[in-house]
Design a protein around this ligand. Structure first.
Ligand SMILES: [Zn+2]
Length: 183
């Protein structure tokens, strides 16, 4: 991590590679030729003349911290399974606590958003489960105090891939249909 993304330029190149894996594409007209204004990391479309940067349209756009700090924040958040505190992050990437808190909020929102956009693919197994503490009374579906959960799981070579889960009011063909369509 430190070696691969040690400078701001490394990070920018990486982001550019993710954004335009097959070269520049104008977000306005789809043209794939541009002039590069290297001093400002801007690209001007040869056709519609609009300027865009690698960062525009990403959550890093207009940020006061460097891309390098963002990358480290993502790294620490990822290696901590998402549980890192703003205080700890602020020390690690050398920003103040408020900034660290804002970074975490933005990253967590973006990651949650990514989950909701992810579409399961391949062979998918679907099941339902009841989740909740042990309680006396009815067992199985309809038991009091328990939540119905729908689970869809990608089945990849006998291993589980991505999983989607949702709490539903009841297990019926409406809720199952809606869940299947969404994921
Ligand atoms: Zn254009």
């Amino acid at each position: 991590m430190a070696k691969q993304f040690s400078t701001e330029d490394d990070c920018l190149k990486h982001l550019q590679q993710m954004k335009w894996p097959n070269g520049f594409i104008s977000p306005d007209c789809g043209n794939n030729h541009s002039y590069e204004i290297t001093s400002r990391h801007l690209y001007e479309c040869t056709q519609c003349k609009k300027q865009t940067s690698v960062m525009s349209g990403t959550l890093f756009h207009g940020s006061k911290i460097t891309l390098n700090q963002w990358f480290w924040a993502i790294y620490f958040l990822g290696s901590d399974k998402g549980s890192i505190s703003a205080l700890r992050l602020s020390k690690l990437i050398e920003v103040n606590w408020r900034t660290a808190r804002l970074i975490l909020k933005k990253l967590r929102t973006a990651m949650g958003h990514r989950d909701s956009l992810y579409q399961l693919s391949g062979t998918i197994e679907l099941d339902d489960a009841l989740v909740g503490g042990r309680q006396k009374g009815k067992r199985g579906r309809g038991a009091a105090g328990k939540k119905n959960v729908l689970i869809a799981c990608e089945s990849k070579d006998k291993k589980a891939g991505f999983i989607a889960m949702a709490v539903v009011d009841s297990i019926c063909h409406f809720s199952v249909n809606e869940f299947v369509k969404k994921h």
